[in-house]
Design a protein around this ligand. Sequence first.
Ligand code: ADP
Ligand code: MG
Length: 581
Amino acid sequence: MTSFNLIKPYFIENRRKILWGVFFLVAVDLAQLFIPRIIKWAVDDLTYGNSKRNQLLLYALYIIIAALLMAICRYFWRQFLIGTSRRVEEGLRNRIFSHMQTLSQSYFIKTKTGELMAHATNDVTNIRMAAGMGMVALTDALFLGTAAIFFMIYIDLRLTLYALMPMPFLVMAARYFSRKMHWKYQAVQASFADMTEVVREKFAGIRVVKASTLEERSYEDVRRASMDYVEKNISLTRVTGSFFPLMMLFTNLSLAIVLFFGGTETIFTRITTGDFVAFISYLNLMTWPMMAVGWVISMIQRGKASLDRINRIIETIPDIRECPAPSPMERPPALIQFDHVTFSYETTDSGYKALSEVDLSIEKNTFTGITGPPGSGKTTLLRLIPRLFDPVAGAILFDGKDIRSIRRDDLRSFISFVSQEPFLFSGTIAENITFAPYDPQDAKLVTSADAACLYETILSFQNGFETLVGERGVVLSGGQKQRIAIARAIYHDGPILILDDPVSQVDAETGEKIMANIRKEFYRKTVLIVSHRLSPLKDAQKIIVMENGRITESGSPRSLSKTSGYYHKMATLQRLEEEHP
Ligand code: ADP
Ligand code: MG
């Protein structure tokens, strides 16, 4: 029951509404239970021949009043109870989202986006259904069911026992079928997701498909996916199709029993004709609660399972945590040190080490270049500085202080980071650079865009800085995205500038220009640039060569070119390429 604590606050917060909701729900049930009594009075009056029109009119009036009462109260309980369940849903979804944002990158590497989406949608919906309709149906079923049985017993105990005989089977069948329907429904949903994905993929890759004349295969894949969807749907219909007839069968069985035994009782005048008719009405009232019990039990079970899943996420502790009493840091560090830093993406002991015992010092306002073959750990090394990950062993120190003890917001405020695959969110180009709505007065925006060799490109777009990018905007090339990310870093002007292969996707000439612009900042910034091409690093005070997660060479470009290591080999190779393109 611990997961229930997750939604308890929302129930407590809305307890007034819940109480009112239950009040109106019970009022509806009472009115409903009153109707068979009225029928009994009317029928008895008719059979004993002492009915007058006025009397009948009164009974009719009672029924109208009960019906009105039911209509009004029904409206209110829906408002109160379903409204509450929506609020529980909202609170829970916000809670999940804000928690997910605190989790570190390693969690998102392990968990697929689709899975997270499923938690934020399906699981939350399941919980809402259980908390809303589930609770309603349960209250309703318990109250209405018990009251109806009570009235039936009041009429005739033995007849009640007979009539209820098929009921346990009805509950069991309802439970069995609602479970089965749920699984089938899930399968339909999954199949629908698959089909959408197949179609999406085929359209996204239509150019490749056409270029390689794969249309036949493509068509076959889509056909197969849609066949599967149809089959799953038919399979669901088979279950729903047999559910309701079966329910009717059980109810009619009860009716037959009551008709025979109740009829007999009436003949022997142990009960009145009115009682007999009322009894049948109560039996009808019973049917829904009985079905509901089976249905609700599985709904609540589903909600519970979802709640447990969400609870597991909420209990996932972010591994990049703020330490209990982080110390503030006002000025950017004069010295950044890596002290025996070891890092592995896998949490198991046997995990491959992306970095092993890296020692490195970076002084303020210097330019350090990092190079090395792909997969050697360059990107990983950069990621540890803003604490996207924490080292497995060793530490990174700012002015001798472990960065884990520094306030994370302070730490990150020093750093402008351009990652290898720049990420643009949907919005305008200006928003992607400044993180704020476009301001035509913003001169810094223009200079930053210019420094990233982006300004002319932006002017060539019809909407300039207000051009939309992302899913619903223009399609940008890799190089354009990279330059937006560089402009973003220049705009935010952190004293520590970290660039991960920033000009890998722009042509050599533009790359050269961008580097020249960045170089202007060198005297007042600490700059760290990863590049597989060596030309952007030629002005670096220090170059580090990484191989297999270790630093294998370090020194000035000049001193390194005199050795016979990786740097020397690459420098020779790249010079040859430039001379003989
Ligand atoms: P580089 O930037 O030098 O190409 P990386 O730092 O990206 O190298 O990668 C170093 C090693 O870590 C590689 O073996 C790579 O496969 C692994 N690696 C990189 N990113 C991840 C990740 N997100 N999850 C797991 N392994 C990773
Ligand atoms: Mg990399």
